[in-house]
Design a protein around this ligand. Structure first.
Ligand code: PMP
Length: 367
């Protein structure tokens, strides 16, 4: 049988597997940091209305610059992010994965490198690979915070072209302080200068404020966001960034024309009309996240402090075995390959109870 490696694929793709969390059909799915609440019915109706309107114009290409959508995203950021941004500061694409890919196509690429502080979001390294950008794995402290001194040293030594800072970090849930971002930004500018990308996919769930205000006066700093988590719209595929207008101009050199379909733009605009309702779910999820932390600790687990809609817990002698044991009880969590640790997404109270019951039984077994 002819397989991938029999094809003339690029050398760096040989022997590799695609990214993908298992999509298993089990009763309780807490493995991909999705929002457990379906979109509210009035919003579903509004999406249908706006999409119908868009459908009437589908014979034409969509607004290539997504002006209305970027204007509304800028208004959302201005209202919630502690910093005033306009349409010229905002760019949108199909999920923040595509935003990150466009950033690496623009600022990375063959002969260039990117650094991330691991464990972190594994797609950063994979998007680097897909865009021909070299990847450098930077260090973290034992407690999963960024080791600022070691990170600054790694940046000085490697002079990467792109620095990824994920706050809150996936899979650990760890938020990053403005001071740490500034220290890394200074180091990155002294070494190269390079772009610093702050991935804030989960920031709406954080105890800390957004790092968005840091873009002021720092043209090489980008904040990346998504509607997949707080807006409960992972299926929509809408991510965006905020940065200096020059960055927005630069990514347009690599974006495919008309990359955001008219249907996507209409749906995202409808969702933004319902921001307040959706952010209400975020408050419920934050409370559930805090409950998971407290109850997992009461069960004897180690738990990393979380600013996200998920919680990293452990430590298990064999994390994969623990993952399987929880799955055997009908609950799917995530084994990210961090030795000893697993990650659970905050679900509905009922889903979280089912998860906690499974862990309670697992902990009894392990005694
Ligand atoms: N950044 C981080 C840190 C993530 O965890 C994820 C999703 N798991 C993304 C970006 C990408 O999300 P999306 O493409 O759905 O916006």
């Amino acid at each position: 049988m002819i397989q991938i490696d029999d094809l003339p694929v690029r050398d760096e793709l040989r022997g590799k597997s695609p990214y993908g969390a298992p999509q298993l059909d089990v009763p309780v799915q807490l493995n991909t940091n999705e929002n457990p609440y379906p979109l509210p019915e009035p919003l579903v109706a509004r999406i249908a209305e706006r999409v119908a309107e868009a459908a009437r114009g589908l014979n034409r290409y969509p607004d290539r610059d997504a002006i209305e959508l970027r204007t509304e995203l800028a208004a959302y950021l201005t209202r919630t992010g502690g910093h005033r941004v306009g349409v010229e500061n905002v760019w949108a694409a199909n999920g923040s994965n595509e935003v990150l890919q466009q950033l690496l196509q623009t600022f990375g690429g063959p002969g260039r490198t990117a650094i991330g502080f691991e464990p972190s979001y594994s797609m950063h390294a994979l998007i680097a690979r897909g865009t021909g950008t070299g990847w450098i794995s930077g260090p973290r402290n034992e407690d999963f915070t960024i080791d600022v001194e070691a990170a600054v040293q790694a940046i000085a030594e490697n002079a990467p072209d792109v620095v990824f800072i994920t706050s809150p970090n996936n899979p650990t849930g760890t938020a990053v302080s403005a001071g740490t971002v500034l220290a890394l930004y200074e180091a990155a500018q002294a070494a190269k200068p390079s772009m610093v990308v702050v991935d804030e996919a989960y920031v709406e769930f954080s105890h800390r404020d957004s790092l968005l205000p840091l873009i002021e006066g720092r043209p090489n700093l980008v904040v990346s966001r998504t509607m997949s988590k707080a807006f409960g719209a992972a299926g929509l595929r809408l991510g965006y960034l905020a940065a200096h207008p020059a960055v927005v101009d630069a990514v347009q050199l690599v974006r495919l024309p008309y990359h955001l379909s008219a249907v996507t733009q209409a749906t995202a605009l409808a969702a933004l009309e319902h921001t307040d309702t959706l952010l209400g779910y975020v408050e419920q999820l934050k409370a559930e996240r805090d409950r998971l932390v407290t109850e997992l600790r009461a069960l004897g687990c180690e738990v990393t402090d979380s600013d996200a809609n998920f919680v990293q817990f452990g430590k298990f002698p064999d994390a994969h075995e623990a993952w399987q044991s929880i799955l055997d009880r009908g609950v799917l969590v995530r084994d990210n390959g961090v030795p000893g640790w697993l990650r659970v997404t905050a679900g509905t109270p009922e889903e979280n109870d089912a998860f906690l019951d499974a862990v309670r039984e697992l902990m009894k077994e392990q005694k």
